[in-house]
Ligand binder design. Sequence first.
Ligand code: SOE
Length: 386
Amino acid sequence: MKKMNVAMIGGGFMGKAHAMAYAAMPMFFWPAPAIPVRKVVVDIDQARADEAAARVGFEEGSADWRAVVARDDIDVVDICTPNDTHAEIAIAAAEAGKHIISEKPLARTADEAKTMLDAVQKAGVIHMVAFNYRRTPAVALARKLIEEGRIGEVVNFRGTYLQDWSADPDSPLSWRFQKDVAGSGTIGDIGTHVVDFARYLVGEIAAVNSVNRTLIPTRPIQQGNVDKLGVGGGDASAKRGVVDVDDEMITQVRFSNGAYGSIEASRNAYGRNNYLTFEVHGTKGSIHFNYERRDELQVMFADDPADARGFRTIYTGAPHPYGHGLWPIPALGIGYGETKIIECYDLFRAITSGEQPSPNFDDGFRICQIADAIVASGESQSWIEV
Ligand code: SOE
């Protein structure tokens, strides 16, 4: 079986998730399309890179991503760094002929994402953006049911992504609150996951009309350059820096196919942890999903007998998308890790088949265009065509 060497840039939170997927993918999906080899992990200095290599099981650590992406023995470059670095790394990796997976959002703006899309298309490499939640089996099942016409024509989509890790005004000013690094706030960081769901389940978004707000205008400047996502709280006595991105977005959306909907995102919603949800209404039924109960898909079919009408719960398992590789009994439990393992499986399937996966950099670029339109619409307080 073919082995492929991976260089992973960034050994933090996302690096941990991706490294686990490289190790576990062949255990779940056997025969694997290829065996990923955890070759080199890059971090901001050699000590951190060596520590990351030991922790997440890579053969080597390096502090020089440019040298690593140019190496002949690297097949795949995996970008797990903050948003302001995605473009430079991806373009260099494409020029070196490497297949690429990038964390989301693809870039800070659509213009930046377009430079990445142009580079991968010119190089003819495989490219993927890590919107992993669409690989939750229940979400893939929702798409299958919609494609099969089981809920008729889709009329509307309501999606939310609510978290509370930044609700404390003294939680640290991570890069996620700085426009020059992140591009935008909740819009890019978590709103784009819902945009990915909306495009996956309903179709292209044509226009948006959003209210975007910054609720906490300053936060304590973070020490140590490690993004703790609010864990342990911040140092209230530290010097404060300015937040120049949104904390909350609430947008109406119009789809190209005539459906309407709404998308909301906040990281300040006390009590909500990873409340990534959608409800899709069609002319023959409805589908509801909540990632906090991700083994379950709620479906309602309007042609059920009147005395049995209502949402029913499907626990995803072997008969459902990706079920052949996952656990044999429904509700044994799908986790964040499994979504990344499935993502890794689809990446290597794409690489070995030569067929671009979805979402790829073209999807990532279009999602950045929608994110830019959400920002612009909040500023102009009007509908913006994408
Ligand atoms: C922080 O909001 C974050 O880590 C996002 O950046 C991820 O995309 C999401 O999966 C979990 O929360």
